[in-house]
Write a protein that binds this ligand. Structure first.
Ligand code: NAD
Length: 790
């Protein structure tokens, strides 16, 4: 090739990153003692090992000790022993340790990057410029949170010993996202990396030794699902933080049900990449490269569904194909490589299988005409067009370099298509019209939205999903809450209801009038089953009858709550006015409610009146806070502002306790309403007449139909129906321990957020049972990234 030909070809020469240091590190280590427990290196007690190999060649890298239950026991014991001193150390002391970790990582930045690339297969450009610098930033950022803890999180302290389980796609970065906030909060940790990518976690443990992390504060155990399961089920652990597939996330949700363990789940995704016709198409194409071909598409928030407006579809697809033809597939250690191998042969088979099935279901799969390296787990970048919304490539997380394309006609259709997924992790919106982009962003059911950008992350900005993408956030202020616990004032232990009265059949005529109905969609309706339950006074006489709600009634109530748009779309000021109005109308009937309380519970008239007054006060409180519990604006180290918006969770099921039957119910309904949620409430089984008396108060207070729905009946049964209902987004359960545990276990269908009292109620009269602690549960934080500059 002469110079002129070379000039026209503009081919990149090889630019391999040196791996000598990484190879020397690999050769020097004894990986049969790779468990870092209590500050020492240990072999697995059962003597087992597993292999980790290099995705670009399939060659064995190391045989690593494979932890069993006894090793997890030892790690938890070490973390438990280290906890009192670490949690009592000052914020400054912990900050110094976090900062020292960050600085030590900086000194070994290149080794981390090369090891990560060798072990995982991701291009060195990515591990060098993204994974490792972001991981370091995470530790340094969280040093600040350690010191700010007392001031910024009053009344909170670390949850205790934390079990953390992470995946293989960002091994070091996920480790940083887990360990940094835990240490800042004063927790000690047992972390298990993924079995495909153990290496950088072992180097990290060496860094911990050098950075002065006290023994037992960080324990890193290696292994697969068995070790993971032993962590999840260990009684000595107070919180589980999991990142991985939705499938395993559901197993963990079920396994921890009723255990009282705090849980955060960062799971899979099927994120939409929406391009409107006024977008800068060349930027959008570059965005796609970062969105779906970053890390070979093995990214939870990968923009794997391209939704493009009809008029520009052809032009955009043509540009995408041209760009795809220029993606360089090859050795991940080459600095010019765009696409490296997938992590493992099993992953490659899975991706190939999904592409074949997508094609069988009608998608047209296109790949650039490029040669693949002769060994290693490579897959060409793939573009699927003609994808129907039901196609497997539009629905399933492929976790590979595969982009599924669909078109839309208008904004409404774009939003509908984007939300047509069981996931809700991220989305990307491309338009030169900022009004349009910011109109669309809040309507997307996703925890992160990037405007004219994609795959932007920062330690100060929360990351996490909705629906089957899991719950909880990592990063920022909201991420710190995941490792903190506030002492809520406990109320009595709740016993399983033992109602002696049998259901009575509703009669026609006069009897019907005495029976309180259900309150659904703004109307009083008869229960589906046409049965009622007898309610007793404190003296054992018949106080009245209430509707015996069943599964069908809950379904109707959830539909009504979902259909109510007027409430979530109302301004915070409007919601505040309605809550004030509710308070006003309740106050007008305070005497009547107090008398009812006395009649049913036997409370003294003074105590009953106090409970009513407190209920009115609480409505006032949340009316006032409705327009004050607001989001924030972050300024990450990028040319972008990040709007951390507070959004309602959606439809929230509330199972109210027996203690303080009016105040308890109002203390739960009011914060949910204040933040724009619609509610399906199951009032106290024993004292439901207090809730049914509220119907008229609600009717006179301008509450839109469907914003509050009340279904009376058996607590355990109705809580179960709410837990299993996939259109309920959040569930707050104050019931007996068994009902709480079942509600958690049954919530896995759509992974709704469950807040349960674990068989205890709260002391509703206490100030701590009101305010931010509840409002935080009534919202999701959505981070919307808006870049600026030309
Ligand atoms: P995975 O769920 O198979 O494994 C994740 C981790 O869980 C591994 O460490 C594994 O050993 C462990 N594990 C497996 N079975 C277990 C069990 N029964 N009990 C306890 N632990 C168990 O996921 P993966 O294939 O390693 O990772 C890919 C998945 O991770 C994708 O779905 C991806 O979207 C998700 N992910 C999510 C985020 C996020 O922040 N939302 C980030 C990265 C990856």
């Amino acid at each position: 090739m002469n110079i002129l030909e070379r000039y026209h070809a503009m081919e990149y020469g090889p630019a391999p990153e040196a791996r000598n240091e990484a190879d020397a590190w690999l050769a020097a280590r004894d990986f049969s003692k790779a468990l870092f427990i209590d500050g020492a290196w240990k072999a697995a007690s059962g003597g087992k090992t597993f292999e980790t190999s290099e995705p670009s060649s399939g060659k064995l890298l190391a045989k690593i000790s494979d932890a069993g239950a006894a090793d997890i026991d030892a790690a938890v014991a070490a973390a438990t022993k280290a906890l009192p001193k670490w949690s009592a150390s000052s914020g400054y002391q912990r900050a110094k340790v976090l900062y020292a970790i960050g600085r030590a990582m900086q000194r070994h930045q290149r080794l981390f990057a090369v090891l990560e690339t060798i072990d995982n297969g991701k291009p060195i450009r990515e591990s060098r410029d993204i994974d490792v610098p972001l991981a370091i930033r995470h530790f340094i950022h969280h040093a600040g949170w350690a010191q700010a803890l007392d001031k910024d999180f009053p009344g909170h302290k670390g949850v205790g010993v934390v079990g953390q389980i992470i995946p293989w796609n960002f091994p070091l970065l996920m480790l940083a996202w887990k360990i940094a906030p835990a240490l800042a909060a004063g927790c000690t940790v047992v972390l298990k990396p993924a079995e495909f990518t153990p290496l950088t976690s072992i180097l990290f443990a060496e860094i911990c030794e050098r950075a002065g992390v006290p023994k037992g504060v960080v324990n890193i155990v290696q292994g697969g699902p068995e070790a993971g399961g032993a962590i999840v089920n260990h009684p000595g652990i107070q919180k589980i933080a999991f990142t991985g597939s939705s499938e395993v996330g559901k197993i963990i949700r079920k396994a921890t049900a009723g255990s009282g363990k705090k849980l955060s789940l960062e799971l899979g995704g099927k994120s939409a990449f929406i391009v409107f016709e006024d977008a800068d198409l060349d930027s959008a194409v570059e965005g796609l490269v970062d969105g779906i071909w970053f890390n070979q598409g093995q990214v939870c928030c990968a923009g794997s569904r391209l939704l493009v407006q009809e008029g520009i579809a052809e032009a955009l697809i043509a540009k995408v194909k041209t760009r795809m033809s220029r993606l360089r597939v090859g050795s991940p250690l080459d600095k010019n490589t765009d696409i490296g191998p997938l992590v493992d042969a099993t992953q490659l088979d899975r991706v190939k299988g999904l592409v074949a099935e997508g094609a069988r279901q009608g998608a047209v799969c296109w790949q650039p005409d490029a040669a693949l390296p002769s060994s290693g787990y490579y897959h060409l970048p793939t573009l699927a067009t003609g994808v129907s919304p039901a196609n497997i490539l539009a629905q399933e997380e492929v976790f590979g370099p595969v982009l599924a394309t669909m078109t839309f006609r208008n904004t409404e259709e774009a939003i509908e298509l984007a939300n047509n997924t069981r996931y809700g992790l991220a989305a990307s919106v491309w338009s030169e019209n900022v009004n349009l982009a910011l109109h669309v962003a809040p309507q997307l059911k996703a925890g992160v939205v990037w405007v004219n950008g994609t795959s932007m992350f920062d330690a100060a900005c929360g990351f996490g999903g909705y629906r089957e993408s899991g719950f909880g956030r990592e990063g920022g202020r909201e991420g710190m809450f995941e490792y903190l616990a506030a002492k809520l004032p406990l109320g009595p232990v709740i016993k399983q209801a033992t109602i002696s009265a049998q259901p009575v059949e509703q009669a026609d005529g006069a009897a019907i009038d005495r029976t309180a109905k259900l309150f659904i969609g703004g109307k009083q309706v008869r229960p589906d089953g046409n049965y009622s339950l007898a309610v007793a006074t404190a003296k054992g006489k018949l106080a009245g009858e209430v509707g015996f709600g069943n599964r069908k009634d809950i379904r109707d109530a959830v539909s009504a709550a979902r259909a109510c748009k007027a409430w979530p779309e109302a301004t915070a000021y409007n919601r505040s006015q309605v809550l004030y109005y509710l308070a006003e109308n309740l106050s007008g009937r305070a005497g009547e409610f107090a008398a009812r309380l006395t009649e049913l519970t036997g409370a003294t008239p003074k105590a009953a009146r106090e409970e009513v007054d407190q209920s009115i006060e609480r409505l006032f409180l949340y009316a006032g806070l409705a327009d004050k519990f607001e989001g924030r604006v972050h300024q990450p180290p990028a040319r972008a502002v990040t709007l951390a918006l507070h959004e309602p969770v959606g439809v929230v099921g509330i199972v109210a306790p027996d203690n303080a039957p009016l105040l308890g119910l109002i203390s739960l309904i009011a914060p949910a309403l204040a933040m724009g949620n619609t509610v399906v409430a199951v009032p106290s089984e024993k004292y439901p007449l207090l809730a049914t008396d509220l119907y008229q108060v609600i009717e006179y207070s301008d509450v839109p139909a469907g914003a509050i729905n009340i279904v009376t009946g058996r607590t355990a049964e109705l809580a179960g129906v709410l837990a299993k209902h996939d259109d309920v987004d959040g569930l707050w359960v104050f019931a007996d321990a068994e009902t709480c545990a079942k509600a958690e276990a049954w919530s896995i269908g759509n992974l709704k957020r469950v807040w349960s009292g674990n068989g205890r109620s709260l002391d509703w009269a206490s100030d701590e049972a009101a305010g931010d602690a509840l409002l935080r549960r009534a919202i999701e934080v959505k981070n919307v990234w808006v870049p600026y500059g030309d």
